[in-house]
Design a protein around this ligand. Sequence first.
Ligand SMILES: [Zn+2]
Length: 147
Amino acid sequence: MTPAADALPPTPWRPFASRALTYVSITSLALVAVGWWMASGAATAGHEVAGLNLAVAGLVLLGAASASWLIAGSRAVARRQAHLVQSARALRGSPTAEAADDVPRATVALADGRHVHRPGCQFVAGKPTVPASASHGGRPACPVCLG
Ligand SMILES: [Zn+2]
């Protein structure tokens, strides 16, 4: 993996965020259960309001925590995509890549991969690769680094 890619977290969520969602979910579901228990023991509809309010608060808390977690993940994925696009543009626009256009390029592929890549491509960075033949062994060229 490139040094810049190392700066990005390996998953969209940091471990704390996933743990926090778990704790908030447990708390929210406990609020719903307690609210249901309070409402179920009430003799009149007027006495059910407190339990109902507690259950609704639990659901709102669960929804807010889940939405926050999903938004954080979506933003992390967007950052990763922007990084990949920037890396691909840097690969395409680098002077060494342009100077090497006349020379056959070394290409690599993942053992079970569908495409062949330049050795610096983000899609193969940090993964075990094998040299790909000049004909690419029938595999298409990576649209990002060789496209
Ligand atoms: Zn590639």
